[in-house]
Design a protein around this ligand. Sequence first.
Ligand code: NAD
Length: 249
Amino acid sequence: SKQFQGKTAIVTGAASGIGKAIALALGAEGANVVVNDLRLAAAKAVADEIVAAGGSALGIAGDVGKPEDVKAAVDAAVERFGALHLAVNNAGIGGPLGLLADVSIADYLKLMDVNLHSVFYGMHYQIPAMLKAGGGSIVNVASILGVVGTPAAVPYVAAKHGVTGMTKAAALGYADKGIRVNSVHPGYIDTPLLEALPKEAYDGLVTLHPVGRLGTSEEVAALVLFLLSDKASFITGSQHLVDGGYTAQ
Ligand code: NAD
């Protein structure tokens, strides 16, 4: 039988890129998938794609930077499918680029809301639901920039390092309660997120990866599904790179 049959999962930012690949893969493996995104029509389209392939899914709108929206996603999962077992806190935005003193306070705060506070809100509501379900597994999508730095994306680096630390602390708090929490750290992945970059910057990113190319969303999804699964039953509180050798240099 399929490995996530009977399990319910929330994936945030699942209308595009990495989140979409994770949602589709979970749906194909039998999970009931709550597909969250800011963009409702696009979230519904991903849910429809899962259902068309024989799976089970619900597309919902929600801003992960708003606690009430994050709570609503957990409530929707429990109401529609009966329980919550799995969560992937993936939604995120890029930028703002520039040296620290050139980044506006407003842009800094916005980035922190979407890329860091969102993960706290997510786990804050997901964990109680998982405790009721008898256990669970959470994967937070950080970045190589949650492990190493760069001068040109200070808020992003700060938010992703925050996700790395928050993952460890949350994992320790619930390790003996049946909930595992891990972070995944992709190198640069070919998704719409990178479309905002100038072409030379995009091409420059390729050279940072010893494998000579960017990664795919499916390559990240494969690692996330492993960590969510019972095969990873002894893995918690740790950071998992999927970066084509980027951080090995
Ligand atoms: P993407 O832009 O392709 O998809 C992100 C999705 O999140 C979009 O559908 C967007 O509508 C949604 N979203 C944005 N803000 C939201 C909000 N406030 N609430 C709910 N949904 C929101 O991006 P991606 O490349 O798939 O990135 C996914 C995650 O992976 C992000 O956390 C990103 O930081 C991380 N990441 C990406 C890369 C990369 O190179 N693409 C590398 C490392 C880490």
